[in-house]
Ligand binder design. Structure first.
Ligand code: SF4
Length: 260
């Protein structure tokens, strides 16, 4: 198995296996019952000799440089690279800066660790997974401090809705450029239609783009004909270009100095 793989995730072209592993479940950070990343490390033991323990793969560092076509690449997707891979950020950033033709996406359920990553390269997108109300407050607080050109929230899966989500909407999405909404797939668990409406409405207020995963489209839309599809917008190439041009003016220099 290669450490740069074509991705089945709709908004990614590739996943870059420069890192794997996660300790969020035993630490009580992740409420997910069936972790697909854990299952992959158990299934492909030769490829993941340390199982789900955090591990860096220096032999994978060169892979993005060999991709000619501009691509969206998920970094360390079989695990939580932000939570447990920060020791290797210099090597990872060096490759990302060497590949301005690509966009590199980071996604974490461990937003407190974002502060360990300093200033992200200009072509890195930084996201936090939100499964519920408590996560949402932490995600917004952490992302407000992050120095990254594109910040996003991934509501996949969104498992509960509470007061923080109710209260924070109008101003809470300020500074968030992109929002992903998806369902839990194993076992299947859909967000309430009202939650999806609220997220999309809040994104509209903040001017954030929304990416509705297929698992929402096929299941919720079929149950609520037209309601969600009317609201869903997909990040397209034109939007992406406009978004980045605007942001370039707002993002400070690319100096990686915080932790040097
Ligand atoms: S944070 Fe992600 S990789 Fe880690 S246990 Fe949860 S679902 Fe799995």
């Amino acid at each position: 198995m290669k450490r740069m793989s074509r991705s089945g995730i709709e908004y990614l072209d590739y996943t870059w296996g420069v890192f794997s592993g996660c300790q969020n479940m035993p630490r009580g950070i992740c409420p997910v019952k069936a972790c697909w990343a854990l299952a992959i490390t158990q299934r492909f033991k030769n490829h993941y000799p340390d199982g789900f323990s955090p591990r860096f793969y220096p032999e994978a560092l060169d892979s993005p440089r060999q991709l000619r076509k501009s691509s969206r690449i998920g970094v360390g997707w079989v695990g939580d690279v932000i939570g447990y891979g920060w020791r290797w950020r210099r090597q990872i950033y060096e490759v990302i800066r060497d590949c301005p033709q690509h966009k590199f996406l980071f996604l974490t359920k461990n937003p407190e660790r974002l502060q360990l990553w300093g200033t992200f390269p200009a072509n890195a997108w930084v996201g936090v997974s939100v499964t519920g109300s408590k996560d949402y407050g932490q995600a917004i607080d952490a992302l407000s401090e992050v120095k990254a050109s594109i910040k996003f929230l991934s509501f996949e899966p969104l498992l509960e809705w509470g007061s923080e989500l109710d209260e924070c909407w109008e101003e809470g999405l300020e500074g968030i450029n992109w929002v992903i909404i998806g369902a839990q797939t194993a076992p299947v668990r859909l967000p309430e239609i009202e939650w999806v409406h609220s997220i999309v409405g809040a994104a509209d207020l903040a001017g954030s783009l929304v990416f509705m995963k297929d698992n929402i489209d096929t299941r919720i839309i079929s149950q609520n004909a037209g309601e969600v599809s009317r609201l869903a917008r997909v990040l397209d190439q034109e939007d992406e270009t406009i978004l980045e041009m605007e942001l370039r003016q707002e993002v400070p220099g690319d100096a990686d100095t915080l932790w040097d």
